[in-house]
Design a protein around this ligand. Structure first.
Ligand SMILES: Nc1ncnc2c1ncn2[C@@H]1O[C@H](COP(=O)(O)OP(=O)(O)OP(=O)(O)O)[C@@H](O)[C@H]1O
Ligand SMILES: [Mg+2]
Length: 375
């Protein structure tokens, strides 16, 4: 997969942009506030229908306009097919439109399946330091792209969870009423955990391999790493009715379901200690990007899909050696990589390093306008 061109209108400070993006590696440099992250935000929107910077998409629409339109043409090299994706947001109508080849996409997952996109930002640390939501989304994104049944199971489980919570909130709920829901709830939860467990086992293996073969420093991390996925249930690997039944009293008190796949989490330890306590920020970022790389590897092995990877501010926390290693690995995995860099010299350096082997383009971003420097 790769984006061959993009056209953005009224996206933050980008009033109008048309760009040929057919290269494998695209480097964008420019000063603070020039529009680099906005550009990546537009690309991300094409694959996710949502922003990585804000929950409120209206903030991404230019102050000077009511409507933003992001358009992209993607090429699936293996199938020899191209398709068009359009995502627009209108402030007044609070309306987001997503189109694939001119037809309205019914769900965002349709978009996600069409254009797998991963992003690494300076906030990527959140994966280790932040709440569990991001870690669960990471696993689910991976499972979703390789197991086609997963989406339906996940949606069914989610529906049941919401219904169960509604009943719990209503307060007057009998055990027998609840147990009518619970058989199904347990079955779906169990299925989700199995999908996640199988995916995670593969991911873990690839991650350790990837760390061990990358550099001496990452090899050392790989040797000491333990990474585990807890499935959201207290005791066993699989959900049991008894566990659910024993949590009913506290569920009723709290007004929501306390056990289930929505409580799953990933724990990352190095030498038995939480990664954030022992790794430097650069090492944390390297570890997380190796996790992303492992996800790409599974995608490549299982579906032959090549994703688009966005790296915002590649220099944040990573020295030049680590930047090169990261980009090399992503390119080797077949990804098309969009990178933003603050510094022109750094961009020139990366261009010089990769230009021979991979089709590389370098652009300058200034006040929302993008000009080509090299190709
Ligand atoms: N809705 C909006 N309408 C117009 N301009 C906006 C909007 N939201 C943000 N901006 C402005 O867009 C500009 C570009 O922001 P962006 O975050 O893309 O910069 P950047 O190049 O990534 O900078 P940095 O190097 O600091 O990360 C900023 O000046 C910002 O204030
Ligand atoms: Mg930025």
């Amino acid at each position: 997969m790769g984006l061959s061109r993009i056209a953005f209108t009224n996206l933050r400070n980008i009033s109008s942009l048309k760009l040929d993006t057919s290269a494998r590696l695209l480097l964008f440099h420019g000063n603070n506030g020039s529009g680099k992250s906005s550009l990546l935000e537009g690309v991300y929107l094409l694959g996710r229908g949502a922003s990585f910077r804000t929950k409120e998409l209206d903030y991404a629409v230019s102050h000077l306009s009511d409507e933003m339109v992001c358009f992209g043409e993607a090429v699936n090299e293996d199938a020899g097919k191209s398709f068009r994706i359009g995502v627009s947001r209108q402030k007044t109508g609070k309306l987001t439109r997503v189109r694939i080849n001119g037809e309205s996409a019914r769900t965002l997952s349709e978009l996600a399946a069409a254009l797998p996109i991963l992003i690494v930002t300076p906030d990527t640390f959140g994966f280790i330091n932040g709440g569990p939501g991001e870690r669960r989304r990471f696993v689910d994104w991976g499972v979703f792209h390789v197991e086609h049944q997963f989406k339906v199971v996940w949606q069914n489980w989610r529906k049941l969870l919401l219904q169960r919570n509604k009943l719990l909130k209503s307060g007057n709920i009998s055990r027998s009423e609840l147990s009518a829901w619970d058989n199904q709830y347990v079955a779906y939860s169990d299925e989700i955990s199995r999908y996640r467990d199988a995916y995670f086992a593969e991911l873990k293996e690839i991650l350790i391999e990837s760390l061990k073969e990358s550099s001496e420093q990452t090899r050392d991390i790989g040797d000491k790493l333990t990474i585990t996925l807890s499935n959201g249930w207290y005791q066993n690997d699989v959900i049991h009715m008894e566990q659910l039944a024993s949590s009913v009293e506290s569920d009723v008190k709290k007004g929501f379901t306390t056990l289930g796949p929505h409580r799953a989490d990933i724990k990352v330890k190095v030498g038995g200690v939480h990664a954030k306590e022992v790794l430097s920020r650069g090492q944390q970022k390297t570890l997380i990007t190796h996790l992303y790389l492992s996800q790409l590897e599974i995608l490549r092995r299982r579906t032959n899909q090549r994703p688009i990877v966005l790296i915002d501010d590649v220099g944040a926390e990573l020295d030049t050696g680590n930047q090169v290693t990261l980009l090399t690995r992503m390119l080797e995995k077949g990804a098309q990589v969009f990178v933003t860099v603050l510094d022109k010299q750094q961009s020139e350096y990366l261009f010089g390093h990769f230009n021979q082997e991979y089709d590389t383009q370098m652009f300058h971003v200034e006040q929302g306008a993008v000009t080509k420097v090299h190709n």
